[in-house]
Ligand binder design. Structure first.
Ligand code: A3P
Length: 327
């Protein structure tokens, strides 16, 4: 079949033999001489690639962490845009991914970058539960460092529910959503999935560990982080990112009584508290929902404790969602 015209050969190759290869996957030109020659970038652009990613999942405090770290003058987040705001979602969204590597690099401001000390980073909470994102990140940024925030997954599910109810016209009650069964294609079923699925932490962490070593992954106990992020911010700067000039976290955040949270502070000491949609006020979930979620996540939670302890070498208290002990 080597005699076939090129287009037919391509058809055979991509459709009959290797359908998985229909979708391109970008590797890092900086790690390959031949690619480097083909690529219309230059060596200094190699330093523009991010050195760490905050990968989610959603509703665990990812925006807070992102804006707190952004207060450090050497930590440079990707540029904001009008559609996905502070998130790039490059690796999890096909349309955005096919914009290509140069597009991705352009999302980082390289103009007045001090290449010796500045570190670019991005946060996209959509990466955590995307297998494609894991593969694509591994291909482009094999040495990347990854930060994940894990909170008690039942509360995370409820927070996600509140978020969707506030921004769409869906009206279903949380208890009804949990009990839903039937049409798996309905909007309500999709909403239920979005609330519950990312909380299957162990399933995803095990996947991440197929592509990255445990040393590349930093897990934050999101419940401790929400309560007081200061120790965690110091530890990330010093032991995980190994910043040359870490700032004491009291220069990055301060407790704001009105907001009821620690807020990022800029270098002129002004509060940069997050918007109303972060740290929303809503009623506690019903005792029915609490029981349902405790039961739903029981095995998942045991598994994440086991995985994080065994595979990540962390003592289990560090990530164990708080309500597990209250079961
Ligand atoms: P709620 O609004 O349900 O309370 P994300 O940015 O990943 O979507 O997470 C949003 C959640 O971050 C909020 O959920 C809030 O509880 C939590 N959070 C943690 N630290 C925060 C902080 N310092 N300021 C505001 N929200 C914070």
């Amino acid at each position: 079949s080597n005699d076939l015209p090129t287009s037919e050969l391509a058809q055979k190759y991509f459709y009959d033999y290797y359908p998985d290869e229909q979708m391109p996957i970008f590797t890092n030109p900086c790690n390959d001489k031949i690619l480097m020659n083909l690529w219309n970038g230059n060596r200094s652009l190699c330093l523009v690639f991010p050195q760490f990613l905050i990968v989610g999942p959603q509703k665990t405090g990812t925006t807070a962490l992102y804006s707190m770290l952004s207060q450090h003058p050497d930590l440079r987040p990707s540029k904001k845009n009008s559609i996905t705001f502070e998130e790039l979602q490059f690796f999890s969204n096909d349309t955005i991914y096919y914009n290509g590597i140069n597009w991705y690099l352009n999302q980082f401001d390289s103009d007045n970058m001090d290449l010796n000390r500045s570190i670019n980073f991005e946060k996209s909470a959509t990466y955590f539960d995307s297998i494609l994102a894991m593969k694509r990140i591994r291909a482009l940024l094999p040495n990347i460092r990854l930060i994940m925030i894990l909170t008690e997954p039942g509360a995370r599910a409820y927070s996600r529910y509140q978020h969707e109810i506030a921004r769409t016209n869906q009206t279903i009650k949380f208890d009804d959503l949990l009990q839903l069964n039937g049409n798996q294609n309905s909007n309500e079923f999709h909403l239920r999935q979005r609330c519950l699925q990312p909380g299957h932490y162990a399933e995803y962490l095990i996947r991440w560990l197929r592509y990255f070593s445990s040393k590349q992954i930093y897990i934050i106990d999101g419940d401790a982080f929400r309560h007081d992020p200061r120790v965690i911010l110091n530890d990330i700067q010093i032991s995980f990112i190994q910043l040359q000039n870490p700032l004491n976290s009291s220069e990055l955040v301060r407790y704001n009584k009105k907001k009821g949270f620690f807020c990022p502070v800029s270098n002129n000491k002004r509060f940069q508290c997050l918007g109303k949609s972060k740290g929303r006020y809503y009623e506690n979930m019903s005792s029915y929902a609490r029981k349902f979620l405790n039961n739903y996540y029981l095995l998942h939670n045991q598994k994440i404790s086991h995985t994080a302890e065994g595979r990540m070498g962390y003592p289990s208290e560090r990530y164990e969602p708080t309500t597990i002990s209250a079961l």
